[in-house]
Ligand binder design. Structure first.
Ligand SMILES: [Zn+2]
Length: 348
């Protein structure tokens, strides 16, 4: 569990210069959140199949410099516009997955499981080369991405890591479906997710998660697989979706239950996968979110609309913060007494 002292301090100009920061940035105290940006130590490669296109794709991840972010590069294109910075504002809304498109129309779909793996791994900068328009589905979860990233090792860089601290309430909603962001008094990410499929097998599931991404999220959601109802598969294929789908990369559900012979990895694997998707989608904010999320039957569209609402919000709904270790607490104690901004946040 995070052990975070709930105080915020403003750094003075000399402090900022020492840390190489040039903007007026609030710092929070945490002994668990990474202080600096991260990338991978060496490049890694994997091949697989696109679940919708059915096409084989090879992906190679490379270390990337500080401040470069997460960039997809379509090496199958020769047009010079093959890079896509993976951000919430380049998402083209689709029902079945999250697709990003650059201003020249270069696109990559199914980014959410890789993005969740990068979120869990605390990676900020990576170049992802691929030779198709869809990332591979692998086993339908983030597990194989994480095994790959763990093999490549995560290394911390020198630049201070930016975090998005939620300070107000922001929501995206369609009827009874919603996704809502609220402040979290412990400066962590917490998720409260409900699904209701009105299906005798799937039905209602509810899960609350709180903790460090590389521990709690790694063990509780990373291996939860995507799922599809058998009755929908033919319809999807007629629309050129799910052409690469199989029992190896998705849970298939019919009226009697789960078709996959190996069964479920978790009793509530479905809601866990929805949280996986949510964390992947929200990592398109460009920095990790420190806040509480309440979601009811949310999906990719509402997840993305939540980020758009957050960044459009002029009402101080968020601010950028950086992290300082508690070893520095004593020396900034006097400052923090005068700047207890966190204490004024709504606590839940
Ligand atoms: Zn998914």
């Amino acid at each position: 569990m995070n052990q975070i002292i709930n105080k915020a301090v403003k750094v003075d100009a000399s402090d900022r210069l020492q840390q190489g920061q040039y903007s007026d940035t609030i710092e929070i105290i945490s002994d668990t959140l990474p202080v600096t940006e991260g990338t991978i130590a060496r490049s890694i490669k994997i091949s697989g199949r696109g679940v919708h296109s059915g096409k084989n794709v090879t992906v190679q991840l490379y270390p990337a410099g500080e401040g470069s972010g997460i960039v997809l590069r379509r090496v199958d294109l020769k047009n010079g516009h093959r890079d896509i910075a993976v951000r919430y504002d380049c998402v083209e809304l689709r029902k079945l997955c999250t697709k990003v498109v650059n201003s020249f129309g270069t696109e990559v779909s199914m980014v959410e499981h890789l993005m969740c793996a990068l979120f869990i791994s605390n990676i900020d900068n990576v170049l992802v080369e691929l030779n198709a328009a869809e990332l591979p589905i692998l086993d339908g979860s983030a597990e194989q991405w994480l095994v790959l990233i763990e093999d490549a090792e995560v290394v911390r860089q020198n630049r201070a890591r930016r975090y998005l601290q939620v300070r107000g309430s922001v929501e995206s909603r369609e009827d009874d479906r919603f996704c809502r962001l609220l402040p979290h008094k412990k400066n962590a990410l917490a998720v409260d997710f409900r699904i209701d499929f009105s299906h005798k097998v799937l039905g209602q599931q509810h899960l609350r998660l709180f903790g460090e991404p590389h521990k709690t999220w790694r063990s509780e959601i990373a291996s939860a697989r995507t799922f599809v109802f058998r009755k929908d598969i033919e319809k999807l294929r007629e629309q050129n979706f799910a052409l690469g789908g199989s029992l190896d990369n998705a849970l298939v559900i019919d009226d009697d239950g789960v078709v996959n012979p190996e069964g479920l990895r978790f009793e509530d694997e479905f809601v866990r996968h929805k949280i996986l998707d949510l964390c992947g989608d929200l990592y398109l904010a460009g920095m990790p979110i420190l806040g509480r999320i309440e979601a009811n039957k949310s999906g990719h569209r509402l997840n993305n609309r939540l980020l758009k609402a957050l960044f459009e919000n002029k009402n101080n709904a968020w601010r950028e913060v950086r992290v300082r270790r508690s070893t520095a607490l004593e020396e900034c104690h006097n400052v923090s007494k005068n700047h207890t901004e966190m204490d004024q946040l709504v606590t839940i």
